[in-house]
Design a protein around this ligand. Sequence first.
Ligand code: ADP
Length: 475
Amino acid sequence: MRNALSVASECVPLIKTGGLADVVGALPTALSGAGWALKTLIPGYPAVMAAMEGAKEIWTTDDLMGAPARVLAKEVAGLDLLVLDAPAHFDRPGAIYLGDDGNDHPDNPERFAALAFAAAAIATEGAGGWSPEVLHLHDWQAALTPWYLRTMGGTAGTLLTIHNVAFHGLAPASRLNALRLPSEGFNRDGFEFWGQINMLKAGIVAADKISTVSPTYARELTTPDFGMGLDGVLKGRRNDLSGILNGIDTAAWDPATDPLLDSHFKTPRGKAKAKAALETEFDLPQSDGPLCIVVSRLTEQKGLDLLLDALPALLDRGGRLALLGTGDRNLENAWLEAAANHPHVSAKIGYDEALSHRMFAGADAVLVPSRFEPCGLTQMFGLRYGAVPVVAMTGGLADTVIPANAAGLKAGVATGLQVFPVTTDALAHALVRLCNLYRMPEEWGQIQKNAMKQGVGWRASAAAYAALYDEIAPA
Ligand code: ADP
């Protein structure tokens, strides 16, 4: 086995705000079958430190972005974890990126520069007699690592994975010294971005290889519509940019064994019990239309404002909708209002992993109308649990759902519905189509069955990552 270090700001099961955490938590098991032993370096937030009792100290410093820090090692939940214990940066209550006022912590650049710096130091000096050949860096929080590695003279290969290009990690130019960045890198070819330091760009220009989480998003990233100002830089590196689909944890997400479900099922027919339970839990009346769900962060990205406007198309045809989500206050209120106005709409505001499992188990369809979606996980949970995905034709959603158009149905391979363009009208049209298909038992049964059979695990993607590691590891 060869050694690699995965560096990220979140990792399941210890700390999660989005799909990034799922992926980081799944990679080590996935890669171990492909010849690479992965350790995972994450910050020591309170929730993470709580799991580190008895851990071994393997690296220390007096001054990591202005504060003492150490790295602890321990196996937790089957993961070889390295945890950056730096209380000045990470020992704070509440959400991991945000302060009590709901805004980003002003020192987020320094906090995550500390993570990147520690990763480079471990790769260069070694820690506890161990050092990685490859550094797998996730998003802006880890993206400064290649710059520190250069300064330290490290030779590990670097792969930057972009999970969402919307988050840049911006800092004013005045913080160059505080971030220990070389001033000669502060230009268009380096990490300068309209007069500021852009941490994601730093990784894009300096990592040996760049990947993102689906082939379609990899293409979209090089266009102005999706690149969020980094399309030009990404285009310049297109020969080193690839798209590797995320998988899901098919052991945790298995309708036949899921410990978070009361009753299990292997076939679509077996899901009736879960559906009845879901109707009760969300206080939704029975009807002859499909029971749809949304499990999502409530942000502009997810297109759920469009869904609000398209709802009549579903409700007029007996469809029902159960939503679980949290995020923007305006969207939360809009959904609560829709639920108050329509007996066939029910919304729960909050984050609830167990409930999300029960929802996928009981639903006929999961709706994912995202304006952009690097990969997306909920459509894959839907596939696995026979909740037919209705998705925007963008990013990983386009890559994971085989549309039930005339060709898809004729060939008997369809697994869901795709919406294009991502507008209220097109979404309404897709919801009408969903309701029609739902009333055609033969076609519907075929789509559900295909969905539940579709491969959504890590095997192919793990092999693709391993091939990239092989390429960038020093000879
Ligand atoms: P993103 O990372 O943009 O939020 P993904 O679809 O890649 O979108 O991943 C979202 C993950 O978070 C999925 O595992 C999804 O089930 C979960 N999730 C999102 N919102 C909630 C919620 N309110 N309750 C439970 N799980 C949620």
